[in-house]
Design a protein around this ligand. Structure first.
Ligand code: NCD
Ligand code: ZN
Length: 347
């Protein structure tokens, strides 16, 4: 029998999709975002959203003030795409050296996305500019048509919006964010050359039964919503296969407890208290710990055209419990997997 490893060392990972919010929230979210990661792609869905390079510069300054002194972590900023984002703003973003992507939220698709894109047809020149300078388009891949069932919104998005978009802009660098379905796995890994994808811990660890059987669990509610087990399996196989088009993006998204445990609860799971360990757990269960480094630390930089981190982290096989809650603003926040036991710990 093969001896199970008790410690693994990997090149320091990056998180290619996360939410920090703003103001006092940054005192909590920024130090936690640095835990185990060297860089993070900062989602721009603030209220109001980060729609210009100038706003991104200001937001970045507020973030940087909260990075712990001993941390080398860097925020990689993102612009929020609207119907009015101009090619000039894209060129300015490219030249800024602080912006690493532009995020397409279909208007109303998720938390704070009301001012997102309503008509992709108006943005041809903007996408052409992105394609020209190699700017990554990060996509929240769900249609918002109220007649489309919430569990089908990602698959319908691929057919009706993503496929025509990548046909029109074949060399545009596209990151399909937080994929949740077998259809996305097939599209990214088999049918498309230009589209890559990030995968969250919650979509690897859970399916909709975990959220809905014998009681509703609001802290597992995120968008795109958890799907049926068949989709979870497809994500697990793809993420642990070593496929270079897939990389780590936690989508860690803080919401205060009362906003989650609410008759109209917010979407978003906060995973930054144990993110890298959650992924390690998944890869270990699949006997694929040797594939963790590629997924967490190499496929993302390869896609974004950035260097690998030159520092390393170690994870030890050691049982510990994810905290039941942490202080957040004037209230508390319940982390993903609160109170559950993990077998791996960052040292
Ligand atoms: C995110 C948030 O809370 O900002 N929520 C979520 O459910 N994932 C937004 C997003 O990434 O969709
Ligand atoms: Zn997100």
């Amino acid at each position: 029998m093969m001896q199970k490893s008790t410690e693994i060392k990997i090149r320091k990972p990056d998180d290619w999709h996360l939410h920090l919010r703003d103001g006092d929230a940054l005192k909590v979210t920024v130090p936690n975002a640095c835990r185990g990661f060297n860089r993070g792609i900062i989602m721009p869905n603030l209220v109001p959203p980060v729609t210009t390079v100038d706003l991104a510069h200001e937001y970045r300054k507020r973030i940087v003030q909260n990075i712990p002194q001993d941390s080398s972590w860097q925020p990689l900023m993102v612009l929020f795409l609207t119907d009015r984002t101009t090619p000039e703003e894209i060129y300015k973003a490219h030249e800024s050296k602080i912006i690493f992507g532009v995020k397409l939220y279909p208007a109303g698709a998720t938390t704070n996305s009301d001012t997102g894109v309503t008509n992709l047809g108006k943005l041809n020149k903007t996408f052409a500019a992105m394609q020209e300078v190699g700017m990554v388009l990060q996509i929240h891949g769900e249609v918002t048509d109220k007649n489309i069932d919430i569990f089908d919104r990602e698959a319908v998005f691929i057919e009706t919006i993503l496929k025509p978009l990548v046909e029109k802009f074949p060399t545009l660098k596209v990151s399909l964010e937080h994929i949740t379905t077998e259809e996305s796995v097939t599209f990214v890994t088999k049918d498309s050359d230009s589209v890559h994808a990030s995968i969250t811990p919650q979509h690897l660890l859970y399916n909709r039964n975990d959220m809905l059987v014998s009681g509703i669990r609001p802290h597992l509610f995120c968008l795109p919503i958890l799907k049926r087990e068949r989709h979870q399996q497809a994500l697990l196989e793809a993420a642990t296969s070593g496929n270079k088009k897939l990389y780590l993006g936690t989508d860690s998204a803080p919401h205060a407890r009362d906003q989650k445990e609410n008759c109209c609860g917010c979407a978003g799971c906060y995973s930054h208290l144990s993110a890298i360990e959650l992924y390690a757990e998944v890869f270990d269960q699949f006997n694929a710990l040797d594939k963790l480094e590629g997924f967490a630390s190499m496929h993302g930089p390869d896609f974004y055209g950035l260097p690998y981190n030159d520092s390393f982290i170690s994870l030890k096989r050691q049982k510990w419990k994810i905290p039941s809650s942490i202080k957040y603003l004037n209230t508390e926040l319940i982390p993903l997997g609160a109170n559950s036991e993990l077998n791996w710990k960052l040292i």
